[in-house]
Every structure is written in C-alpha cells, then in structure tokens.
Design a protein around this ligand. Structure first.
Ligand code: PHE
Length: 447
C-alpha cells in the first residue's frame, strides 16, 4: 500500500497526535477526577503511571500501526499472521464507539455554553440558577441533541478532508491556539485571591486518601487522556513515515498532555477555592461551578467566552482521532470510499450519540443496572475498556510480535532510541502486564 496517506511534516504529526491526546479528558475530566481523589497524591500517581505505563503503550501502538500500515483491526493479524489476536481490534472499535457517543454530547454542551457565554448568559446569575438551567438543558433532550449532531457533523467535515488536508491542517491551527488560550487562562487564575489554597490542594499530596481505586482511576484517566488502549495511536501510527522518531513524538505529546492537565487544574482550582466552592463537584465542575465563578469574576465575560471556545477546540481535535479509527476501519474493511465511510460512521455515531443524549432525560429507560447510558459509557470506557485494551496491546507487543520486527519498527531500523529498547522491552513484556493485572485483580476483590 504505497499510496497510503501520511502526515506531511514533523510539526503536523505532533499537532495531530497532540490534538488527539489533549481534549475533554484534560480540561473536563482530569480536574474533577483529581478533585474526587484527593488532589496532589492522585496527580503524583497519575504522573508516574503516564510515564512508565502509558508512554510505552503509546510506543507499542505506534510500532504496530506503522508496521502494519492499515486500520487498527487488521493491524494485529497483519503484524502477527496466523495468531488469534484480531479480537483486540474489535474491542478497540467497540471502545471507540463507546467513547465518541458520550464525548460528542459533552462537546455539544461546550458549544451551547460557548454561545451562551457570548450572549452574556451567565452574568448576574446565582449558582442555583446556573445549576437549574444546566439541569434543564441536559435533561431537555432536544436542545443537547441538536448540538451533539452539529458537533458530529463538524468532526465529519474535517475527517472527510483526509489526513494531511483535513486532520493535520486543522490541528496545526487549533493546537497552537489552544496552547495560547490555556496558558493565558492559567496565568489569570493565579492572580485570583484564593490561588494559594487551590494550588495547595492540587500540588500537596495527601496519601491518606490513596487506595487501589485511586490507582485504577489514575490508570484509566491516563489511558483516556493519552488516547490509548483502543487503536487511536495504531491508526495514527500508520500515517507516520518511517523516517520519523517515534520516541520524540510520544515524549513530546505525553509531556504536553500532562502539562495541559495540570494547567487546567491551575486554571480551575484557584477559582474554585477563591469563590468557596467544593472541589469535588464531579462531571459538572466545568459546566456548573465554572460559570458560577465566571458570573462573579471581574472580566468574567471574556474569560467565559474564551474558555468554552477552548473546550470546543480541545474536543474536536480529539473526536476527529476517534472518528478516524472508525473511518479507516470502515473504508478498508468494507472497501468503501472515504466519503462513504465517513457518511456511514456519521450515521452510526449520530444514532449512539442520540441514545446518550436521551439517557439523560428524566425517567429515561436508556439505562443499564440503574445507571444511565451516558454515565455508563464514561465510566466503562476509561476504567475498563481502555486499560483492558492496553493490557492486550502490550502483551501482543511483548509476546506475539517478533523482537527483531519490533526493534526495527520502534527504532526506525536502529536510528533512534536504541539504548532505550531494552528497558522498553522489559516494561512491555513483564512490568506493565503485571501491574495492570494486579490492579484489576484488586479492584475485583481477588487481592
Ligand atoms: N484523549 C482524549 C481526551 O483527553 C480522548 C480520547 C480517548 C481520544 C481515546 C481518542 C481515544 O479528551
């Protein structure tokens, strides 16, 4: 497949991969998960897990993808012919669906909130008003549905334009914009009166709150945030040219991802403390707590507009990567043109997204075991599906792929990172599988 598309430049790769990893996971999810798990101690564990477990998995995914030069489903049998690992690809496709279904809903909320901010809709509202309006909006069904569909269509528009002319081109504009906005908002937050307390909460570790669950949540958050465990990086890896240094790409985006998560914390917690709000607000932190704060803050108008625009940018560059996993699968496995594959994927996601939207309406029957579909997708995807996918991916890399093939791919035939290979191989063969398995066994009550 010599005519396969690829990313055009080094900066393009970093922007596209960085666009995938930096998303709602950093700005919407990380702060409330860190808040619920005690702040500083969680962040320390998250940091360690990201560097020792997540980065090697990202390198494994890149190697599989670039070796196979095809979609995430076909990649496994292509790299190790005659083995039975193809199911990992199907698990990835299922996970991609699970994530994009609820992700588009939140991204839709960010669009609604952006326009509301532009119309000065938060000013002079009490926190109670903001809460009841948010609840009324999300439980309405139709209004969030329209935004979800607008978001899915916008994503489809970018993906349809292809790798270099679509994903890479837009990421190259969106990501630097996002970087500037987030740094600006972070600096502004540090000037607020309660900044010290917020930073203390974020950075001082309190180990009394750490349990096995903290580790699983940190693991899940790190997989979600770095887009790992479902084949996103296999798909993007298949568009990386052989001459590129994958260690550099993985290292850069991992550092950027952690930095954006921490800056998001810095952006949010000082404000939370300075207005006397509880840090453990859950998924609504960004949509209820923050607007309440914006309404009280000097300059809150402009900050709210910029913030929700940031949230939208972060969401779209990530959702295009999830979309691309599905589109490359559909177009290659069902032998369809890219156009048709995008259409089919859009229809399917619109359907599952609609189910998630309506699972939030009052007395909705779209629930399993008493939990609505939206919450279920959020929870199951990052705490179970991604880590399990990641576990299989490292086992595949460490035990099924031939060592020499892996070495050649990972190091670009001995050009980059050859000294790191030994440590990498040890991690993917033994250390990472053992750690993930122990965490799961302890969560399931076996240890
Ligand atoms: N990494 C993205 C975020 O942080 C979400 C994502 C998960 C994207 C899995 C692709 C695959 O928002």
């Amino acid at each position: 497949m010599n005519d396969r598309s690829s990313f055009g430049s080094k900066f393009g790769i970093i922007a596209a991969v960085g666009g995938s990893v930096v998303g709602l996971g950093n700005i919407w999810r990380f702060p409330y998960i860190a808040g619920e798990n005690g702040g500083g101690a969680f962040i320390l564990i998250y940091f360690l897990i990201s560097l020792t477990i997540a980065v090697p998995i990202m390198l494994s995914e890149f190697s599989i993808g670039r070796r196979a030069m095809c979609n995430a489903r076909r990649a496994f049998p292509k790299v190790s012919p005659g083995t039975k690992w193809g199911f990992i690809g199907y698990l990835g496709i299922a996970t991609a669906f699970t994530i994009i279904s609820f992700y588009s809903v939140i991204a839709g909320w960010s669009m609604e909130f952006f326009f509301k901010a532009v119309a000065n809709g938060f000013s002079e509202q009490t926190p109670e008003q903001i809460t009841s309006e948010f609840n009324a909006f999300t439980s309405d069904g139709w209004a969030p549905l329209i935004w979800t569909l607008v978001f899915v269509l916008t994503t489809a528009f970018v993906v349809k334009a292809g790798i270099e002319k679509g994903i890479e081109r837009y990421s190259k504009i969106f990501m630097p914009t996002l970087g500037l906005i987030i740094i600006g908002l972070g600096i502004h937050s540090l000037t607020l009166p309660g900044a010290g307390e917020g930073l203390d909460f974020l950075l001082t570790p309190d180990f009394s709150k750490v349990t096995a669950k903290t580790f699983i949540q940190a693991l899940g958050q790190s997989f979600f945030s770095l887009s790992l465990g479902m084949g996103t990086m296999i798909t993007y890896g298949s568009y990386i040219k052989k001459k590129e240094n994958m260690f550099k790409v993985a290292g850069t985006v991992a550092v950027a991802d952690i930095a954006v998560a921490i800056i998001s914390g810095i952006m949010i917690f000082p404000a939370v403390f300075s207005f006397g709000i509880s840090p453990t607000q859950g998924p609504e932190l960004v949509f209820i707590t923050l607007p309440s704060i914006f309404s009280m803050m000097p300059g809150g108008y402009i900050i709210s507009v910029v913030f929700f625009f940031l949230l939208f940018l972060a969401a779209i560059t990530s959702s295009i990567s999830i979309f691309e996993v599905l589109v490359s699968y559909v177009s290659e496995e069902m032998r369809m043109s890219r156009r048709k594959a995008v259409l089919l994927t859009t229809l399917a996601i619109s359907f599952t997204g609609t189910l998630c939207v309506f699972s939030l309406t009052p007395d909705s029957a779209i629930a399993i075991g008493g939990q609505n579909l939206f919450d279920l997708c959020n929870l199951v995807s990052s705490d179970y599906m991604l880590p399990i996918g990641g576990l299989f991916i490292v086992i595949f890399t460490g035990w099924s792929m031939k060592k020499q093939v892996l070495y050649n791919e990972l190091t670009s035939d001995g050009r980059f990172g050859t000294k790191l290979f030994k440590a990498f191989y040890l991690l993917v063969r033994f250390v990472i599988p053992v750690i993930i398995s122990i965490l799961f066994l302890s969560i399931l009550g076996f240890i």
